[in-house]
Design a protein around this ligand. Structure first.
Ligand code: ADP
Ligand code: ZN
Length: 622
């Protein structure tokens, strides 16, 4: 760690803006600000309040860390995620910033040391849990420190709208009352209108400037595949595209989480379960291993993920469809924070539609809420079934309607066939009607295809007019037709029975041929258009211009990084990000000067690790 003077303070002090850039380069090792970082930093350095809405991976941390270093005094960061604070502090210390955290995991003695350092002005940044911050004792302590700014991370926790509401956050308005002259920034990746309004009102950020970045995550490739044998499909996806990568697999239920994790382990992957039914110790251990080891897969329910800032999550797979597009965006957003290519991959089929409708049906909601939730579910189903660019649908849902087709989703890469489905729809609907509006898809498909099953005979359905009228489509195609009829609202699922289908209000107009119906053909064998390097480690990031030996060098650099991380008890990515190691592979620096221009190699890391990594690169050159 830097000595008496913080590393930042040692910079030649020109303008504040100049110092911000200087810190970006010397401490973080980055050449330029990204997106809205610069205007945000300038605004806060000048003493303004701000609400920062930026997607995950957008670079929010620098927006408060750099102003905290430029402004005199201590930056106080409020974060709800005690378990992850230490990693954030470790990452800052690696870069030579004087940082500490203050929460219930510290012993009394350790906490007293931090408090003393705060009072003495020996810290640049301190991370504090919200419940601790609002205690009279802590507010008193802060009253005796010089404070550069307050940063309120995960600020959506103040809103009752979202699912992450934390009552402690409501009390943070006290900061405005106690420290009216100290600038405050609230930061979040959740930015729907009501949440945004709540943050501004409840934190009393009346004067704050709102900085909203676009929500696109261009490095994430969205794909939805028709669910056949979901586990086998997942295994193939992992084997072909992510043989050694870390990632998250989301499932709907705890039981399924356990089952899938065990199943992946039997097949040679390191896969750990995470759900609210596990005891806290197990959850913490599994999360730790995910953060600290390479190539670990977490199989989880939605309970997993907030604040996970592991940058090299290379895929997020949904084995079951998520509840809404908000949830989908948030969950998939955990992939590719480092900006390198990452996959959002989902299997989706009729069981998902039924399960989600059953959930909605079982929820205790008033009429208005139920309408909202139904609207959200329809938006999700629309996304899953769309034949157009998935990114356009996703961003459109969040209000960004002018996005061009992205070229990085399944529909852009391999346009889906769209066909006129009126006749098929009429056959399907009439099969539903003539069998009495109580059977599920399996049986209805048998009727349409003229299969003489035991059930068909028992109910006399081989005598119906619709029996055998649908031989032009195979079983899978009919399943897709039924799913899309549900998604388009022409059929409804009877969730209390066993997934039986009945006609909706709009079905008669389809039967009369008054409305057009189009279906997308399922892409059963989605071949990714991405070019891959040789098989092995991380093919998804080392593709394109990979040269012979690159993969081995990347592996050697990663191995050394892991050793260094283990020695110090920190996650590997706080030493160097994958993106930084990849750049070393590409540029093969030969000396410290060349090493210092690699993005992510700041002054402190150059000193600590420059020689070690140069030696490995030199060795690889032979
Ligand atoms: P967020 O908190 O918004 O999810 P982070 O602050 O964790 O995002 O930043 C995401 C990633 O982008 C990190 O790996 C970070 O080091 C990197 N990053 C941030 N700003 C820059 C920049 N100006 N240039 C290069 N990389 C950056
Ligand atoms: Zn697209």
């Amino acid at each position: 760690m830097a000595g008496g003077e913080g590393a930042a303070r040692a910079m030649p002090a020109t303008s504040d803006a100049g110092r911000a850039v200087e810190i970006l380069r010397s401490i973080y090792g980055y050449a330029e600000f990204r997106g809205l970082q610069q205007p945000i930093i300038e605004h806060v350095v000048a003493g303004g309040d701000a609400l920062v809405l930026m997607p995950t991976g957008g670079g929010k941390s620098l927006c408060y860390q750099i102003p905290a270093l430029v402004r005199p005094g201590l930056g106080v960061v409020v974060s709800p995620l005690i378990a992850l604070m230490k990693d954030q502090v470790d990452a800052l210390r690696q870069a030579g910033v004087r940082a500490a955290h203050l929460n219930s995991t510290l012993s009394a003695a350790a906490a007293a040391d931090v408090e003393q350092a705060m009072r003495q002005g020996a810290l640049d940044l301190v991370y504090v849990a919200p419940e601790r911050l609002v205690t009279p004792r802590c507010l008193d302590l802060l009253g005796r420190c010089r404070i550069a700014l307050f940063a309120i991370d995960e600020a959506h926790c103040v809103s009752q709208w979202g699912h992450d509401f934390r009552p402690e956050y409501l009390q943070l308005s006290v900061l405005h009352e106690r420290f009216p002259a100290v600038p405050r920034l609230a930061l979040t990746a959740t930015a729907d209108g009501p949440t945004r309004g709540d943050i501004l009102a409840r934190l009393k950020l009346d004067e704050a400037r709102v900085f909203a970045a676009g929500f696109d995550r261009p490095n994430i490739r969205y794909r939805v595949v028709a669910k056949a044998d979901a586990k086998a499909q997942l295994l193939r996806f992992l084997a072909e595209e992510h043989p050694g990568d870390a990632g998250i697999v989301y499932c709907l239920s705890r039981r399924r989480v356990e089952e899938v994790a065990a199943w992946l382990c039997e097949r040679g992957r390191v896969a750990l379960p995470y759900h609210a039914g596990l005891d806290a110790g197990t959850r913490e251990r599994n999360q730790e291993r995910f953060l600290r080891e390479e190539g670990v897969i977490i199989v989880a329910t939605v309970a997993f993920g907030m604040g996970i800032d592991k940058p090299n999550v290379r895929f997020v797979a949904h084995l079951d469809a998520p509840k809404s597009l908000e949830a989908y965006y948030q969950e998939t957003g955990r992939a590719g924070r480092d900006g390198l290519p990452a996959d959002a991959w989902m299997t989706y089929g009729m069981p998902d539609v039924t399960a989600l409708m059953a959930l909605l049906d079982a929820a205790q909601l008033d009429e208005r809420q139920r309408r909202i939730e139904r609207h959200k579910l329809n938006a999700l189903l629309g996304f899953c079934e769309t034949a157009t660019c998935r990114r356009q649908v996703l961003l459109g849902y969040f209000g960004e309607r002018d996005h061009p087709p992205c070229g990085n989703c399944d529909n852009c890469l391999r346009p889906a066939r769209v066909w006129d489905g009126l006749v098929a729809a009429q056959k399907a609907l009439s099969a539903v009607f003539r069998t009495g509006q109580r059977f599920g898809v399996g049986h209805l498909v048998d009727v349409l295809r003229g299969e003489v099953t035991e059930r068909v005979q028992r109910f006399g359905h081989d005598k119906l007019k619709t029996f055998g009228v649908g031989t032009e489509l195979d079983k899978r195609e009919w399943q897709s037709v039924f799913r899309q009829l549900v998604a388009q609202g022409h059929l409804e699922v009877d969730v209390e029975g066993h997934g039986g289908l009945h006609l909706s209000e709009t079905a008669p107009s389809v039967l009369r041929g008054e409305v057009p119906v189009a279906f997308r053909g399922d892409a059963l064998e989605p071949k990714a258009g991405r070019r891959r390097g040789a098989r092995g480690l991380a093919p998804s990031v080392l593709d394109g211009a990979a040269k012979p030996g690159d993969e081995a060098l990347f592996a050697a650099l990663r191995a050394r990084r892991l050793e260094l991380a283990r020695e110090q008890g920190v996650p590997p990515y706080v030493i160097f990000h994958d993106a930084t190691l990849l750049d070393m592979v590409r540029r093969r620096p030969r000396d410290l000067a060349a090493m210092s221009v690699i993005p992510g190699v700041g002054r402190s890391k150059l000193e600590r690790y420059g020689e070690t990594f140069l030696a490995i690169i030199g060795g690889a050159e032979g």
